[in-house]
Design a protein around this ligand. Structure first.
Ligand code: ADP
Length: 369
C-alpha cells in the first residue's frame, strides 16, 4: 500500500515538473470549469502571484475576441467538444493593457480509466510579438499595393495605347512583340497588386460581407462573356451548365464573383486544349458552383497545397504561365467569409474541377434605414 502511494507521489512529481518546464501556460480545469492544476508559465502569462486551485476560470482571466468583444470564457470552454485552437484572442489585464494569445482548449479525462473525472486542458501562449510582426507586414503590403496601383494603371494605359497604334504599322514586328511582352507583364503586376490588396484586407479582418440577392443565371452568363475572348484566344471552348430550377442566392455578390473569377482564370491558364465549363445547381440551403477544365491537372500531393499562400506547382507547364500563388489562398479566405465549402477533384493530364457550395446568408440590416 505504502509502495503504491510512493509510486503515485513520484508520478505526480514527474508530471508536475514536466508541465512546469513547459514554456506554454497550462491550466487543467474540472468539468464545472474550476482550476485543478496549472504551471508556472500560466501564472506568468496571467500575471498572477497567488495560487489558483479551485478558482473559477472567469475570475482568473478575461479574453477579448478579434472584434474587441469580451468573451464568456466559461461558456467558451464548456462548449468545446473537440480540441480547438485560436490565435485571435487577446488577454486583458486589470490595468486595461493586453497581450495577444494563442489559446488551445481540449476536453480531456483528468483521472485514470473510464471513470476518471472529465475536464479540460487550456494551453496559453503569448504571441504578441508574432502578431505585431504580422500586423506590420499586413500594413506594409496594404500601403505598398495601394501606392503601386496608380503608376501601374498609367503604365498599362500607355503601353496599351502604344500596342494599339503599333498594330496598325507594318514591318515593326520586333517592336510589337516587345510592347506586347511589356503589356503582359504590367497586367501580371496589376493582378498581383489586386490579390495582395484583397489579401491584406482579408487578413486584417476588414472585409465586409454585404449580403444581397444574386441572380445566378445572370452572374454566370456575365462571367462567360467576360472570359470568352481569353478562352477563344487559346482555342478553348467555354460551356455553361445551369440547372433551370436555380433560384436567387443570398450572399456577397462581390466575393462570389471574385471566387468564380479566380477559378475560371486558372482553368483557362492551365488548359492547353479542350474546354472550360462553368456551372451551378441548387443544393440544400444554397447553390453549388463548379468550374471544370480539361487541362494539365494537379497531382495528388499538390492538391493538398493549392490553397496555401504562394503555392505554385513545380510542373513546368504551370511555370510557363505567370502567377503569384495567391489566387486560391485569397479564394479560400473569401469562401470562409461567406461560410462556403470549397473542394477540388483533379487528375494529372486530364483536368480539374473546383467546386464551391455557398449557403444562403441572412441579409445584414442596414442601420441607416
Ligand atoms: P497562381 O497565381 O499560380 O495561378 P493560384 O493560387 O491561383 O496561383 O493557384 C495555385 C496553384 O494551383 C497554381 O500555381 C497551379 O499549380 C495550381 N492550379 C490552380 N488551378 C489549377 C487548374 N485549374 N489546373 C491546374 N492547376 C491549377
Amino acid at each position: 500500500m505504502l509502495a503504491k502511494k510512493t509510486d503515485i507521489n513520484l508520478e505526480h512529481e514527474r508530471l508536475s515538473s514536466l508541465i512546469n518546464s513547459m514554456a506554454d501556460g497550462v491550466i487543467a480545469l474540472s468539468e464545472d470549469i474550476k482550476v485543478v492544476m496549472y504551471n508556472g508559465a500560466a501564472l506568468n502569462i496571467l500575471d498572477i502571484n497567488s495560487g489558483m486551485i479551485g478558482a473559477r476560470i472567469e475570475d482568473v482571466f478575461k479574453l477579448v475576441d478579434a472584434n474587441g468583444q469580451q468573451v464568456d470564457t466559461k461558456n467558451l470552454i464548456k462548449n468545446t467538444k473537440v480540441s480547438t485552437s485560436s490565435r485571435d484572442y487577446r488577454l486583458q489585464y486589470p490595468d486595461s493593457s493586453f497581450i495577444n494569445l494563442y489559446v488551445s482548449i481540449a476536453p480531456v479525462h483528468l483521472g485514470y480509466g473510464k471513470n476518471g473525472d472529465k475536464g479540460y486542458v487550456v494551453l496559453l501562449r503569448d504571441i504578441t510579438r508574432e502578431k505585431s510582426l504580422e500586423e506590420e507586414r499586413n500594413e506594409f503590403i496594404s500601403v505598398v499595393s495601394h501606392e503601386l496601383r496608380t503608376p501601374i494603371a498609367i503604365a498599362e494605359g500607355n503601353v496599351g495605347n502604344a500596342m494599339y497604334v503599333a498594330e496598325k504599322v507594318s514591318g515593326i514586328d520586333s517592336i510589337k512583340s516587345a510592347i506586347k511582352q511589356a503589356h503582359d507583364q504590367i497586367i501580371y503586376l496589376s493582378d498581383m497588386i489586386n490579390d495582395l490588396s484583397t489579401l491584406s484586407r482579408a487578413e486584417r479582418g476588414t472585409l465586409q460581407v454585404d449580403v444581397e440577392p444574386i441572380n445566378v443565371h445572370e452572374l454566370i452568363q456575365t462571367l462567360q462573356k467576360s472570359y470568352a475572348d481569353q478562352a477563344q484566344k487559346k482555342g478553348l471552348d467555354m460551356h455553361i451548365q445551369l440547372d433551370p430550377s436555380l433560384e436567387l442566392l443570398n450572399s456577397s455578390k462581390l466575393y462570389v464573383k471574385e471566387i468564380l473569377q479566380n477559378f475560371v482564370t486558372n482553368a483557362i491558364k492551365y488548359t492547353e486544349k479542350g474546354s472550360v465549363t462553368v456551372g451551378a445547381r441548387p443544393v440544400d440551403h444554397g447553390v453549388e458552383f463548379f468550374v471544370s477544365d480539361t487541362g494539365i491537372g494537379i497531382n495528388r500531393a499538390d492538391q493538398e497545397r493549392v490553397w496555401d499562400k504562394f503555392f505554385r506547382s513545380e510542373d513546368y507547364r504551370t511555370r510557363q504561365n505567370n502567377g503569384t500563388g495567391l489566387g486560391l489562398y485569397v479564394t479560400a479566405k473569401l469562401a470562409r467569409l461567406v461560410h462556403a465549402d470549397v473542394s477540388l477533384k483533379s487528375e494529372l493530364n486530364k483536368g480539374s474541377t473546383f467546386t464551391i457550395s455557398i449557403p444562403n446568408l441572412q441579409p445584414v440590416p442596414d442601420p441607416h434605414k
